[in-house]
Write a protein that binds this ligand. Structure first.
Ligand code: KG4
Length: 371
């Protein structure tokens, strides 16, 4: 029997999960509201919150799984990429626990974890007890992509197209050369006066808006790479120019003018929703065009999406529509496995454990993106 406790602490979610013989027994996450008032994650505050959360979160994950620490075969942990201070909390905790229990450590790349979130299979009895948030009995068994498949990995810090040959063999075909899609979404949301993280707010507002109300710059980048900094600037300039043309100093005044039907250069009344819908549609279009090209070139028929931005309803629908049109199979993870969570780290650690791929105590966390 292989039982692994996994810890995720790469950004602002402290999460712990237990997997036994490939079945997820628990997945507990503490999010950090402390960053909201700053409009983004403050690394020092994130590390401090991880420090406070990690013990209760690990304890809850073991209790929910009904597993005693002495039954564990290994400790898995996210080694990177992420915020170094945050990673250090999870890494140090994992090392300490592994030493005290005399069991091996398994390091996991956070991005591979996001991709392997598609392979998570929750234990039915834990789902029945309501212990696996966001999954009901009707969802079981979950659908899993086979190999090879192509995964669009879109999170706050990454936008990549990855060829996934096996749980151990992944190749980045293309990636952003500047901002990630999530970063662009969050920055545009901030300009619109929306709370952090802006992704879910943009998603909600976009449903009420017109996706063709505004046209933003689209990058012309070779190959499968992305660029989102031009779109972010184009969004900013659209608002700056509109404020100038309407002689107002703030976006709120612009919203008021629009609501009264008095905004020059704009015919609608729900300016915020139209901006969200147009920006979201542009991002989804950019993401899916490159994905389509990569999938056609590689001759692969299974596509998947992973990472926090894969919670976006426009992107989910776009993936499904594309797959239907092209006669491909699309795999979209349950919401609870899209944003940062330890279940995906446990899944990746389980594969590495079976290969005997352990990590020495001398290994340090890494901040930079790699796979
Ligand atoms: O994967 P993730 O939880 O963290 C990183 O590892 O980066 O992704 C967080 C990103 C944020 O940019 C957030 O705004 C975005 O995912 N996000 C969304 C939605 N939910 C979260 N973006 C668009 N639509 C959503 N519904």
């Amino acid at each position: 029997m292989i039982t692994i406790l996994a810890i995720e602490s790469s950004c602002d979610d402290t999460s712990a999960a237990v997997i036994r013989d490939g079945l997820l027994l628990s997945n507990v996450t503490a999010s950090q509201a402390v960053h909201e008032e700053f409009g983004g994650v403050v690394p020092e505050l994130a590390s401090r919150a991880h420090q406070q959360n990690i013990l209760p979160v690990v304890d809850a994950a073991l209790k929910r799984a009904e597993v005693d620490a002495h039954e564990l075969s290994a400790i898995g942990f996210t080694r990177g990429p992420g915020l170094l201070g945050s990673l250090l909390v999870g890494t140090s905790f994992a090392k300490g626990l592994a030493i005290s229990l005399g069991i091996p450590l398994v390091d996991v790349n956070h991005l591979q974890g996001h991709i392997l979130a598609h392979q998570i299979e929750p234990a039915p009895e834990m789902v029945r007890k309501g212990y696996i948030k966001g999954i009901t009995e009707a969802d079981l068994p979950l659908r899993h992509p086979g190999y090879p498949h192509i995964c669009l990995l879109v999170s706050g810090g990454n936008s990549q197209i990855v060829l996934v040959r096996s749980p151990y063999d992944m190749e980045i075909l293309g990636q952003t050369i500047d901002d990630a899609a999530g970063e662009c979404i969050d920055k545009c949301a901030k300009v619109m006066g929306l709370p952090y993280p802006g992704g879910p707010h943009i998603d909600r507002l976009a449903k009420e808006g017109n996706p063709t109300a505004f046209t933003f710059a689209r990058p012309q980048i070779a190959g499968y790479d992305y660029s989102f900094s031009g779109l972010k600037t184009s969004f900013l300039y659209t608002l700056r120019d509109a404020m100038k043309a309407n002689q107002v100093d703030s976006i709120e005044e612009l919203y008021h003018l629009a609501a009264e039907g008095k905004m020059a250069g704009y015919e609608g009344t729900n300016l915020q929703a139209d901006l969200c819908a147009s920006m979201q549609a542009t991002i989804v279009d950019i993401l899916l065009k490159k994905l389509k090209r990569a999938v056609l070139d590689k001759g692969i028929k299974q596509i998947a999406v992973a990472g926090g931005v894969s919670a976006n309803s426009g992107l989910r629908q776009g993936m499904l529509d594309l797959a239907k049109k092209m006669h491909w199979e699309a795999f979209i993870p349950p919401f609870s496995f899209t944003t940062d969570n330890a279940a995906m780290i446990a899944e990746a650690a389980y594969y590495r454990y079976q290969k005997g791929d352990f990590c020495g105590l001398e290994e340090a966390p890494f901040a930079k993106t790699c796979i």
